[in-house]
Design a protein around this ligand. Structure first.
Ligand SMILES: C[S@@+](CC[C@H](N)C(=O)[O-])C[C@H]1O[C@@H](n2cnc3c(N)ncnc32)[C@H](O)[C@@H]1O
Length: 210
């Protein structure tokens, strides 16, 4: 996602107190008190421009959503979208996926969404993939029993890699398709998906914590 950097993005995010928690590297804090007690919690990692989480939150008022994005300029775009159609059950996090253990407690998340995560195709960048074993161990500890990971991608190799690593690190695959648009019912498309779904098949899987 290439965007011209918004030099004022940080200031804009800091003004959104109550809706956005802004964390640098060292200052991440547990954000669970921001969610209403007893409500199941879903987390989208790398929410991008944020259309998916808004639609999901609208369709599932019984859930509370955290939308995490590391790039400030992109998160500002997500917030613009939010303000056009606000929903009460979302909170945004300016943070990196590698800070998750500071942001959430063990067994606190019901669902994790990974939508069109950067595939990092080169072997030497494997550690940066959001389904690298080091992060899967974190997701496993943060999910409740039978908690779910929902993943969509247009990248065949990243999909295959994720299927293999998930099964090797405590998850079972509940369902998967290599062409979501053969039967897209209940699918909420992301911005990335809208852009590329006519060019390549969209893959989706749901994995469940064993
Ligand atoms: C290809 S975009 C997809 C955006 C959106 N999910 C969609 O489908 O339209 C990947 C997004 O993940 C974010 N991202 C990548 N690595 C991340 C990380 N380690 N922590 C948080 N966000 C990350 C990027 O900044 C980018 O916005």
């Amino acid at each position: 996602m290439r965007l011209r950097a918004d030099q004022n993005a940080k200031d804009k995010l800091l003004k959104e107190k109550g809706l956005v928690s802004f964390f640098e590297k060292e200052d991440a804090q547990n954000v669970l008190p921001l969610a209403p007690g007893q409500t199941p919690i879903a987390l989208e990692i790398g929410c991008g421009k944020g259309g998916f989480v808004i639609q999901h939150a609208k369709h599932h008022p019984e859930f509370f959503y955290f939308a995490l994005e590391k790039i400030e300029t992109i998160l500002v775009k997500a917030l613009k979208k939010y303000h056009r159609a606000p929903v009460p059950n979302i909170h945004y996090l300016r943070a990196d996926a590698h800070q998750l253990t500071e942001l959430f407690s063990p067994s606190s998340l019901a669902q994790i969404y990974l939508n069109f995560s950067d595939p990092w195709p080169k072997n030497r960048h494997e550690k940066r993939r959001l389904t690298h074993p080091s992060l899967l161990k974190v997701y496993h500890s943060l999910l409740i029993p039978r908690g779910e990971i929902h993943l969509k991608t247009d990248n065949r190799s990243f999909f295959h890699y994720s299927l293999v690593t998930l099964q090797a690190h405590g998850f079972e695959i509940q369902s998967f398709t290599r062409d979501l648009y053969q039967d897209p019912k209940d699918n909420i498309p992301t911005e990335f998906e809208e852009k590329f779904r006519d060019q390549m098949p969209i893959h989706r899987l749901i994995a469940v914590k064993r």
